[in-house]
Design a protein around this ligand. Structure first.
Ligand code: A2P
Length: 279
């Protein structure tokens, strides 16, 4: 009948909701890539926040197309025309096994509702800001480090990044380099802003100038002697943490031992934590 024909002909794939177009893809290692997409005109966000992004997938039971979404920190600054993301590639990960193959011109889903706790609003004023990252946990800091407010609010900004291998540090290292040369930031906050930014990369499974987990290097005091700063204290230091779960839990306990308390948007304190997305 006409009715069953119409049903049979109904399109199986719906138009992608909240679609944005991929404008750039960079593969850093066999485990890491970054990409940029168009930014919805209405999207406003605070540096350090995340959004849900993903791809359509076919539901095995119903055969219907539905969105497969994960939380991704926005790595680009809030003034940028586009949005940047930094991602792991997991070969059997539901999303990243597919997302790693995106190319310029492809569409992804981006829900334009930014949220998160790694924001300046969740911290009380302080003198020194520590940004502690492992792996793709660097992403929200890539946004915060390009935000003039980060340098306006603090005398010193120390970013630590611990990865397994040297190649996994490259995205962050190049970004730090480009920030130090950034003329717009220099103009906005003064030529000496770059002196405020300290970068402390470490590796755990491949030889590099500084080896070891940041947590161990803090316990031994090596970080503090390397940087020539005192251990963290609640009067002066603020911290943002983004990494794998075990790291987050361990450093959280250490920060509490230093006397820092966990803050939130509605209740700013001395440190904030967020889990890096691992597919
Ligand atoms: P390690 O190589 O000793 O496990 P991953 O890629 O697995 O997310 O890990 C990123 C980095 O975080 C690695 O260098 C890893 O070190 C480190 N790491 C993992 N767990 C912890 C932890 N509990 N404390 C500090 N660093 C950690």
């Amino acid at each position: 009948t006409a009715v069953t024909q119409a049903t049979a002909k109904a399109p199986k794939t719906l138009a992608i909701p909240d679609a944005q177009t991929v404008t750039e893809v960079k593969h850093w290692t066999d485990r890491l890539f970054s990409f940029r997409v168009t930014r919805p005109a209405s999207l406003r966000f605070r540096s350090g926040e995340f959004v849900m992004i993903g791809l359509m997938q076919t539901d095995e039971k119903t055969g219907r197309e539905k969105p497969l979404l994960r939380a991704y920190s926005i790595a680009s600054p809030s003034w940028d025309d586009e949005l940047e993301f930094y991602s792991i590639k997991v070969q059997d990960g539901p999303l990243t096994s597919r997302l790693q193959h995106i190319e310029v011109g492809d569409e992804i889903i981006l829900r334009p509702k930014p949220v998160g706790t790694l924001v300046h609003d969740a911290l009380l004023p302080g003198k020194r800001l520590w940004l502690f990252a492992t792996g793709t946990g660097f992403a929200p800091f890539a946004s915060l480090l390009r935000d003039p407010q980060t340098y306006e609010d603090y005398d010193e900004v120390i970013v630590t990044h611990t990865c397994r291998e040297v190649g996994e540090l490259q995205y962050g290292a190049e970004l730090i380099d480009s920030i130090r040369k950034d003329e717009m930031l220099a103009e906005l906050i003064g030529e000496d802003f770059a002196d405020k930014l300290r970068y402390y990369p470490t590796t755990t499974r491949e030889e590099s100038p500084k080896m070891g987990r940041i947590t161990d290097l803090m316990r031994s005091g090596e970080v503090f002697s390397d940087l020539g700063v005192a251990p963290l204290a609640p009067e002066t230091d603020r911290a943002m943490v983004c990494g794998n779960l075990a790291f987050n839990l361990e450093i959280k306990e250490m920060l509490e031992d230093y006397g820092l308390r966990e803050g939130a948007n509605s209740d700013p304190k001395e440190y904030v934590v967020e889990k890096a997305f691992l597919d």
